[in-house]
Unconditional design. Structure first.
Length: 263
């Protein structure tokens, strides 16, 4: 299940998540938290759903279909974050990937301070894996991040501060040697995860896609670090076949084998 916002442009949010689930051959369900009007150039409007509507969607799916893995994306406000956290606990959801959508990879804050506090204190402690980008990791760790060593220190600090079972600090917004390098820490292992660099401006939805791929792999029974490594390989392949659509930043090619075979 994805608990996230809707992207009318189809590149991120629940649209990206459901495509990613389908690629991994798991059935995707969703609980929509907000409706966005957006395209490759940006977001022009956001409307939050009532927290009760988000809860009703989660319960409807769990009570009938069941859930073997969950990822959260844009939760938007404190009320929704609190409601989702309560559902995760009451329904005993144990494979939870939290993409803490607080700050964009360019540094723009996306939710208010009250929502940031709720994410940090209520939802992230329940996470199997939390996947902050550079700026989100700075908020969660209280540390400035400028280098790979800073990313390592932040991953360890977030693990200790939040109680998440594992932390993946993403380097997509970094410069130099740390660009595109991710750091994993689970209390025992500190791992540096690298793949080849893909030179493309069309990277919309990469964070959503990575978290969704991790959740799909967890649902398939894979060990968390393996789930992360395979998810990163998937995103890298999708970036190689990113879609050059619209006038701005296009999305990754979620179904890249089909794109390859049709070319």
């Amino acid at each position: 299940m994805t608990i996230a916002g809707s992207d009318s442009g189809g590149g991120a949010g629940i649209q990206a998540d459901l495509k990613t689930f389908a690629f991994h051959c798991v059935h995707g369900t969703s609980a929509i938290t907000c409706i966005t009007a957006q395209n490759t150039l940006g977001v022009t409007r956001v409307d939050a759903l009532p927290a009760a509507a988000v809860v009703a969607q989660i319960q409807a799916v769990v009570e009938d279909i069941g859930v073997q893995g969950v990822k959260t994306g844009m939760l938007l406000n404190r009320e929704i974050i609190t409601a989702v956290s309560q559902q995760v606990e009451s329904l005993s959801i144990d494979k939870l990937v939290v993409d803490p959508v607080m700050v964009s990879r360019t540094g723009a804050q996306l939710i208010d301070d009250a929502a940031v506090t709720s994410l940090r204190s209520q939802l992230i402690p329940l996470a199997t894996i939390v996947t902050p980008n550079r700026y989100e990791a700075q908020i969660l760790s209280g540390k400035e991040i400028h280098s790979l060593d800073d990313m390592k220190a932040a991953a360890e600090d977030i693990f200790r501060r939040t109680g998440a079972k594992a932390v993946l600090v993403k380097g997509g917004g970094m410069l130099g040697e740390a660009r595109g390098v991710d750091v994993w820490f689970d209390g025992d292992r500190l791992e540096i995860i690298t793949t080849i660099q893909v030179d493309t401006k069309n990277t919309h939805g990469t964070g959503c896609t990575l978290a969704a791929a991790i959740a799909a792999n967890l649902a398939l029974g894979k060990e968390p670090l393996i789930a992360v490594r395979q998810a990163k390989e998937y995103v890298t392949a999708a970036l190689k076949h990113a879609l050059n659509i619209g006038k701005g930043q296009g999305p990754v090619g979620h179904f890249f084998p089909l794109l390859t075979s049709s070319s």
